[in-house]
Design a protein around this ligand. Structure first.
Ligand code: GTP
Ligand code: MG
Length: 426
């Protein structure tokens, strides 16, 4: 109930390709290299928008691919970098790598950003490969592939409003009729053992998070009953919804109930009573409720608004929800996290991986894999001899040839890398 979760695929933009080109100007018979670098691919960035409450948008779209960088151009011009793809998430969002469980971000404050997938670097154009030995290189890099990964997005809901009151006054019933939450409801005390949260959608497309808390009784602040351990949730809510059984079903006096609960809140944390409080007079469908309400209003000293409702017949709910949404718009969010945060990390570096590994296919072919090697390969322009030669040199420097030899590779043996095959040459 507390955590909403979605799995999503993200792919940052690939870098643009570097260009091979040569100057062809009048009067300069042997123009030098002039191919520019490709632009960087777009990052995928998450940004907190405090206006959001749910991960709903990610339920509708689960694939996100960011734009690639522009290719390099002639006359040494860089391709343009792609603008980052910024996705809005609600406060309380946590992002993890689905495969490794690696913690990627903990987003709590409005405007806070985290890099979720890094765009690829633009490939270098042939200008960059010029050297005294090779003044006219026919070589350019392709763009680096953008990071792609499956991620788990989790939302730790932060309640905007909290329902407080004696046991069995109908707190869970109220939550169940205004949200998709399905808390347990019964006519005995302490039916609710832990807070339930639900997202409430008003008829006019606004939404807020409502917490249904276990019932409070006298002495709750000293640890009697269950409620006290959950009062810390009330500390963070912006509005207190005080639910009262106006039918006095259990023979108690509604106004005395009201005083008793406020005393508990006051004893737990005096600042809670400074918060706006809305009184919900519930069970108005019952015979005596109207008379009780009149008596209650006569005794009430505080200027708290009172909303007579019946959670059972759903009478009076729409007005209550509109009023809550209106009030919330006037009160800034409290972004102080409930739990002590164990992790403050936003970026975590990748664990060092082996640059490549070798296995064998059933037909005896050697198979090369590994992020670093695959990335270098993807950046190689296979249509140009010089590029292929450069890749061979890179493999030799990384120790691939030596490792293949040690695994028993002989001249003419097949070596596979991604979808390609080569011959091992001694
Ligand atoms: N007549 C009537 N009964 C209601 C209404 N709302 C709730 N009830 C009944 O009151 C009883 C208690 O309801 P709950 O919603 O479980 O009460 P709660 O405040 O969550 O109780 P705890 O979880 O124990 O603190 C149930 O039998 C409900 O059916 C109402 O508007 N009218
Ligand atoms: Mg309950």
């Amino acid at each position: 109930m507390f955590v909403d979760q979605v799995k999503v695929y993200v792919k940052a933009g690939d870098g643009g390709n570097g260009l091979v080109s040569f100057r062809r100007e009048k009067y300069i018979p042997f123009g030098g290299p002039s191919g520019g670098d490709g632009g960087d691919g777009a990052d995928i960035v998450f940004e907190v928008d405090e206006g959001l409450n749910t991960l709903m948008d990610f339920r509708y779209q689960r694939h996100f691919k960011a734009k690639r960088g522009e290719n390099g151009m002639s006359k040494g011009q860089h391709g343009k970098n792609a603008h980052p793809m910024v996705l809005s998430v609600p406060p309380g969002t946590i992002v993890k790598d689905a495969l490794t469980g690696e913690f990627l971000a903990d987003l709590t404050e409005h405007g806070q950003r985290a890099l979720i997938a890094k765009g690829g670097r633009g490939g270098r154009g042939n200008i960059r490969f010029a050297s005294p030995k090779n003044p006219a290189p026919e070589i350019a890099e392709k763009g680096e592939p953008g990071t792609e990964r499956d991620i788990i997005i989790e939302l730790k809901l932060i309640a905007d409003v909290g329902l407080v009151g004696f046991p069995s006054v109908g707190k869970s019933t109220l939550l169940s009729v205004v949200s998709a939450a399905r808390p347990k409801i019964a006519d005995y005390h302490f039916t609710t053992l832990a807070p339930n949260l639900g997202v409430v959608e008003t008829g006019d497309n606004r939404s807020f998070v409502m917490a249904d808390l276990p019932g409070l009784i006298e002495g709750a602040h000293t640890g009697i009953g269950l409620g006290h351990q959950f009062l810390r949730h009330v500390e963070r809510t912006r509005i207190i919804i005080h639910v009262i059984d106006m039918a006095a079903t259990e023979g108690r006096d509604p106004y005395q109930d009201y005083l008793a609960i406020n005393e508990e809140l006051q004893a737990y944390d005096p600042t809670i009573l400074e918060r706006p409080q809305i009184i919900v007079a519930n069970k108005m469908d019952m015979p005596d409720a109207e008379d009780q309400l009149v008596a209650f209003k006569e005794q009430l000293k505080e200027p708290h608004p009172i909303f007579p409702i019946s959670a059972l017949t759903k009478e009076g709910l729409a007005n209550l929800l509109f009023f809550i949404a209106d009030q919330l718009e006037k009160i800034p969010k409290n972004t102080k996290p409930i739990e002590e945060k164990s992790e403050h990390i936003i970026y975590k570096h990748q664990e060092e991986q082996a640059p490549f590994q070798i296995t064998r296919d059933p037909d005896g072919a050697f198979v090369l894999y590994g992020d670093k090697l695959e990335k270098l390969f993807k950046m190689t322009d296979l249509t140009r001899e010089e590029s292929i030669q450069r890749f061979s040199r890179q493999m030799r420097t990384m120790g691939v040839d030596q490792a293949l030899r040690e695994r028993g590779a002989k001249d003419g043996d097949t070596v596979r890398l991604l979808k390609y095959e080569f011959e091992f040459v001694e």
